[in-house]
Design a protein around this ligand. Sequence first.
Ligand SMILES: Nc1ncnc2c1ncn2[C@@H]1O[C@H](COP(=O)(O)OP(=O)(O)OP(=O)(O)O)[C@@H](O)[C@H]1O
Ligand SMILES: [Mg+2]
Length: 270
Amino acid sequence: MEAILAENLTKTINPRGNKPVYAVRGVDLIVRQGEIFGFLGPNGAGKTTCQRMLTTLLPIDGGRAEIAGFDVTKRADEVRRHIGYVGQLGGADLTATGRENLTLAARVYGLKPAAAKAKVAKLARLLDLEELLDRIVRAYSGGQKRRLEVALGIIHEPKIVFMDEPTTGLDPQNRANLWEHIKTLKSRGITVFLTTHYLDEADALADRLAIMDCGKIVAEGTPAGLKAGISDAEIAERVKRETASHATLDDVFMKMTGRSLRDTGKGAEN
Ligand SMILES: Nc1ncnc2c1ncn2[C@@H]1O[C@H](COP(=O)(O)OP(=O)(O)OP(=O)(O)O)[C@@H](O)[C@H]1O
Ligand SMILES: [Mg+2]
């Protein structure tokens, strides 16, 4: 059984008084259990619309989808039980502490107080939140808050986690730190569906990826396989266009600040 399956997934949006917008036009996807699947594409490509259909947040207009073997339209409750969603805006209460946010979420999922406490401790360990738990979320840095959002997204131990641009707006060090945590989820057997704008992110993390454009999948495969399909002449063309050498400022920042400098809430970031 595949973790995520989509066949001819379609979404038409009818804005009032305007022509219909074909946000998603016949998307086929197979995401295997335990893999990190990168979902790439420019602004407006249809990534979020796809993700929202797959996660039951938006009705499917055409085609069909299954999550963990359950039809997304007919078995929405089962689907919701099996997935976690880490949206870009985030759902944490900024006026509460991390511990309060996590405890409330655990209680909403039906855990008794003692079990909720144990669950919060476990997630805090997993996502390096231990020293931040009793701090109010408003005072978290971007990276810390994003880790809390991930913890909130997996509190019910879903097997499949959807993340919509989890590292957008983070500095390179916090991005790298979150990457490590995403890999940890994978090592726990969790399937990660990762929407991102960053090519390097998909390259570093994804076992396989799909690139969307104008509502359609235009390329799909492993990062290495996709890159192997690019000819030397095409690379030469790009190098001509770009002013940078092969290294980027990201490389320099990482070299100077040290990737091993871990973000543990001891003031190492910002
Ligand atoms: N409610 C809506 N009303 C009108 N158009 C919409 C609506 N939702 C999405 N669209 C259009 O559908 C297309 C796909 O949007 P979507 O948000 O899925 O793109 P995206 O790939 O997630 O882009 P981004 O990278 O900017 O997040 C866009 O052209 C968008 O303007
Ligand atoms: Mg989007």
